[in-house]
Design a protein around this ligand. Structure first.
Ligand SMILES: NC(=O)c1ccc[n+]([C@@H]2O[C@H](COP(=O)([O-])OP(=O)(O)OC[C@H]3O[C@@H](n4cnc5c(N)ncnc54)[C@H](O)[C@@H]3O)[C@@H](O)[C@H]2O)c1
Length: 279
């Protein structure tokens, strides 16, 4: 069935960080934002541009501009928001869908992190939100909405989430801190805590398939996929949520409220009986 659009973002302009390929959460967010009438600049790190097929996404989004920016570089962000200002005047939304951990990629155990990579993880995945809001402030319209993607590993232990769990805790704190300060201008800042999703970043986590299956079986509604995530983000960028701010909003099929259910219990029983010595 064809998707229904409601024009929720007619007239809104913004910047979307982090679309790499069709699996990316930001890719699906861009498609839905465009479908709802929003206009935006697409951006990713210069190095990622070599692998990203952003020209394809740009074409699908009415030839949206593509501007390279490394989120750890002040000069790149300044240039990006100057470009946004000259193109749009002011902007109404920012989507932060960015993350990377070299410690995860190289499978370094948490108790033996390489600190230069750890600092890079925090810089790319969390401090970047602070940096981008700072540079966007002169360009942000009053009433704008800022959304960053996060994961429940920010405050519960998922052993292989490693230093990204620390980065997500910091990201959520930065969102609250800026949200509190920007309320005067009716600018809201929220994080969306998404289910495990098969993307380049997601698939890089050790044991991701098992984590994905576990979450899917435990969640009453099953895991949320990237298109569903995009739908939710659209509501947060729209005027329908103008009094929602400083929130960490779960978009996870109910996983965050669950402890155990019969589906997972059955799997554990099967595994326990398989482990019994045969007579
Ligand atoms: N996939 C999941 O299971 C999942 C679950 C919850 C939250 N998230 C979060 O969603 C966000 C998007 O990740 P995704 O799963 O779509 O994966 P993805 O790999 O498609 O996106 C991550 C993006 O970050 C970009 N990036 C990395 N370093 C950068 C830098 N220095 N400057 C600019 N951009 C940079 C990458 O190029 C890439 O486009 C991340 O914050 C991730 O932690 C993902």
């Amino acid at each position: 069935m064809a998707r229904k659009y409601y024009g929720l973002l007619e007239g809104k302009k913004g910047v979307i960080f982090g679309a790499l390929n069709e699996q990316s959460l930001a890719w699906q967010i861009a498609l839905q934002v465009y479908g709802e009438g929003g206009q935006f600049i697409l951006t990713n790190a210069p190095i990622a541009m070599r692998f990203a097929s952003l020209d394809v996404l740009s074409y699908q989004c009415g030839n949206a501009s593509v501007v390279a920016a490394d989120v750890t570089k002040d000069e790149d962000l300044q240039q990006l928001f100057t470009e946004a200002q000259s193109r749009f005047g002011g902007i109404d939304f920012i989507v932060h869908s960015v993350g990377r951990s070299e410690n995860i990629r190289k499978k370094t155990p948490y108790e033996n992190l390489r600190y230069e990579w750890y600092l890079k993880t925090l810089d790319i995945s969390a401090i970047s939100l602070h940096r981008m809001i700072l540079h966007a402030l002169p360009v942000l319209n009053d009433g704008a909405s800022i959304v960053a993607l996060t994961y429940i590993g920010s405050h519960r232990i998922f052993s292989e989430y490693n230093d990204m769990s620390d980065a997500k805790a910091l990201l959520e704190a930065i969102a609250r801190n800026f949200g509190a300060r920007l309320g005067e201008r009716k600018i809201r800042v929220n994080t969306v805590s998404q289910s495990p999703t098969h993307t380049t970043a997601g698939n890089g986590i050790a044991g991701f398939d098992a984590l994905y299956e576990f979450a899917d079986k435990l969640s009453p509604l099953g895991n949320a996929n990237a298109e569903e995530c995009a739908d939710y983000v659209v509501t947060l960028l729209s005027d329908l949520t103008s009094k929602v701010t400083l929130q960490n909003l779960y978009h996870d099929g109910g996983f965050s409220q669950m402890g155990m259910n019969e589906r997972v219990m059955r799997l554990m029983e099967l595994s326990a009986s398989a482990a019994q010595p045969q007579p």
